[in-house]
Structure formats: C-alpha cells, structure tokens
Design a protein around this ligand. Structure first.
Ligand code: 3PG
Length: 406
C-alpha cells in the first residue's frame, strides 16, 4: 500500500494535527483511566514529532457520549507526558478561543492535547471527508495547521470528523503506529498463502465474521482453526453436546445461540481443518474441574479449555514453521481468574516460542499477555486495535486507511 509516512515530510517548525487513540479502560471505583500500551505507543509518535521540532496538536477521544467512560482528557495528558518524557499541555477545549489561542502560541517541539473530540456532536457522524470539512472541527483547526497525521489505526474503521475530515484540507501522513499496523497486517494478509487461526474470547460473532470473510475471499487459505472461548462452546453445541445449564443460560442471555447456523456452516466448510475443544474446565465452587466432552454437561459454568485440548493445540502451534502465520483473537478462557488461566497461558507461551509469524489482536490482549507472564515483544506483532482489526481482517474498507491513499 502506498502512503506517506513521517520519513517523507519535514515537520520542523510546522504545526501538525495528530489524531491518536487514547481510549482507555477506566477503573469503575476511582474513575481513573488505566495506563496502557496504546498511550505508550502513541507517545513515541508524539516524541518523534516533538524532537523534530514540530508544533504538535493532539486530537483523541475517550469513551462514547452518555457512557460512564466518557471523560475529559486531562488524565491522558498526564500519562502522555510520562511516556513522552516531556510536558504535554492540555486545554479543556477543542475548537473554541482557548484551543485556538493555545495552538497559535505553540513553540517548536511543544505538544498540546485538546479536549475529548467526542464532546463535539458532529464528531461521530459517519460522513465523507468533504462533508466533514464543512463542520466546525475542520473549519476552525485546519487553517492553523500544515499537516494532518493519522496515527489512530484503531479508530480508522470510523468515518468520523477527526479521522477523515482534515484530508479534504491538509496533506495526510501516516503516524508510526498506523504505519506499523498496516505493514504487519498487509504482511499477513497479502503475503501469506496459508494461515492458522486461534479464536477464543467472549465475542464469538467477531470471530465468525473474520473466518467467513477470509473464506469468502479465498485468500489466505485457512490451514487450521483452533477454537476456544465461547466460539469453541458454540461448535460443541452445534455438535449436539449439552454444555450444562449455567453455560447455556449465559449463551442464551447474550443471544449467542442465534449464531448456531453460521457456526454449523463454518463446520461444514472447514471440515477437518476445524479443531474443537476435547475437554473443558468449569467452575465448581470456585475450583477448576475438567470435563471431557463426552461426559458433558458440565456441573458449573465453562471457564476455560481443558488440559487435553491445551496439549493438542499447543502441539499444533509448536509444529508451525517460519513460513506459517498464526492470527490470535482473544484468550482461551477467563484468564482474569488464576484457576482458569491455564489455557490462555499455555497457548500464548506456545505462540511466543513458535517460529511462525504470530499476530495477536483485540482490545485487551496486551493485558492478557502480561498476566500470563509474557511481553508483547514475545510475539511477531500485537495489534493495538479491537473493532478496527476485525473490520480490517473482514476485508471491509477502512475510511481512515482510504484517506492515506489520497
Ligand atoms: C477502540 O477502543 O476500539 C477505539 O478507540 C474505537 O472506539 P469506539 O468503538 O468507541 O469507536
């Protein structure tokens, strides 16, 4: 893919508007945002721009209007300062007098974070760059800047004002995070003929969408799908296994049972390329109890894959060669609880040791990686994106990637 990066422009003395993604988990008790890999990664882009003498104006969002995680960005500025290693100024304003004055007063190398861009009603309207360019955000801020740098791959599936609008008025450059994500993903999807998938977690529809899209495209070919988490349970249900009342109740409450027909279809198409759990681990009064599938129903809610499944899956992962690629979506089970961490810990360890190109994606994968005692560097690539990654892997157009091609 052809797009401009920070290597192609001289930003010294220029004012750059940088759209990053600082959307972070919020501690419900304290209301504090939790420090995370996204903030760290975008801080590197900002430090580079500052070191090169740019006047850096940062746009980002936190939460969605009406949600409990919809917060001002003051805390984010403090965390960014820590990771950039320089002060990051903050103004509680996006397009008003205060924001405009702060932008005009920036000196070379200074960084300024504006208020949560989703405080503007127009921000989340899905519209074209030209339509958004007529809005207040672009009409107030574009005249003050020389370049627009899009670093937020994880929001690039949205045609929001701060993602696409500036492209109608300013030259668009990919930031370092955007550049890394696009290179890793195209390396995976365009240069590999065959891939292995490990899919777990509690968003089975996202997993199904990705598998369906890859099958429809016919490229890369799916060599193996190792199923775990809720998707694994749905495959067992499709085979007629009774998971047990607690798990069935959960699946019905979440309306995941509506996915059974699509799951059956995948089973048909994938045939023996599909691996299903041979055993599961359930919660018996807080303790881990493993049940072989032929002895189902499980007496408690299913929380992880069992030891036999772990042995089969890890053997398959370890046998992958350096020409193989493995995409990982989600954990094997409820890794937050120590007694149900075994599946995720052992699978992730096998992935870390594997010679294959390993890509882990999904919002909280970095947390899972650290909880099982590994580091993001132990994998070929850890994507910072959740919804955007699913969108990309499903082969859909990404408005924020399209504008880079202009
Ligand atoms: C994310 O956290 O995945 C991105 O920031 C996008 O957030 P959104 O789903 O609220 O648009």
């Amino acid at each position: 893919m052809n797009f401009k990066t920070l290597d192609d422009v001289n930003v010294s003395g220029k004012t750059v508007i940088v759209r990053v993604d600082l959307n972070s988990p919020v501690d419900p008790k304290t209301g504090k945002i939790q420090d995370n890999e996204r903030i760290k990664a975008h801080a590197e882009t900002l430090r580079e721009l500052s070191d090169k003498g740019a006047k850096v104006v940062v746009l980002a969002h936190q939460g969605r209007k009406g949600g409990s995680d919809f917060l001002p960005l003051k805390q984010h500025a403090e965390l960014l300062s820590k990771h950039v290693g320089k002060p990051v100024k903050y103004v509680p304003d996006v397009v008003g007098e205060e924001a405009q004055k702060a932008i005009k007063n920036l000196q070379n190398g200074e960084i300024l974070l504006l208020e949560n861009v989703r405080t503007l009603d127009e921000e989340t309207v899905e519209a074209s760059p030209e339509e958004h360019a007529k809005g207040i955000l672009v009409s107030k801020l574009a005249p003050l800047a020389d370049y627009f740098i899009l670093d937020a791959f994880s929001v690039a599936h949205r045609s929001h004002a701060s993602i696409v609008g500036f492209a109608a008025k300013l030259p668009v450059i990919a930031g370092r995070v955007m550049e890394r994500e696009l290179k890793a993903l195209s390396e995976l999807l365009e240069k590999r003929d065959k891939i292995m998938l490990f899919m777990g977690g509690n968003k089975p529809e996202d997993c199904i969408k990705v598998v369906e899209a890859i099958l429809n495209r016919g490229k890369p070919e799916i060599k193996l799908l190792l199923s775990a988490g809720i998707l694994g349970q749905l495959f067992l249900m499709a085979d007629g296994f009774d998971l047990g009342a607690p798990s069935i109740e959960y699946i019905k409450k979440k309306k995941f049972d509506a996915l059974i027909d699509r799951v059956k279809k995948l089973e048909e198409v994938l045939g023996d390329r599909l691996m299903k759990p041979a055993d599961v681990a359930c919660d018996m009064d807080g303790k881990r109890l493993e049940v072989t599938v032929k002895y189902l129903p499980a007496p408690g809610p299913i929380m992880d894959i069992g030891g036999e499944t772990v042995a089969i899956y890890t053997r398959l992962i370890r046998s992958a060669s350096k020409d193989d690629a493995i995409i990982v979506k989600g954990p094997a089970g409820a890794y937050e609880y120590e007694q149900f961490r075994k599946g995720t810990a052992e699978i992730y360890r096998a992935l870390a040791e594997s010679k294959a190109f390993t890509l882990i994606g999904g919002g909280d994968s970095s947390t899972a990686i650290r909880l099982v005692g590994l580091r993001p560097e132990d994998f070929s690539y850890v994507s910072l994106a959740g919804g955007a990654l699913i969108h990309y892997l499903s082969g859909k157009k990404m408005p924020g990637v399209e504008i880079l091609k202009r």
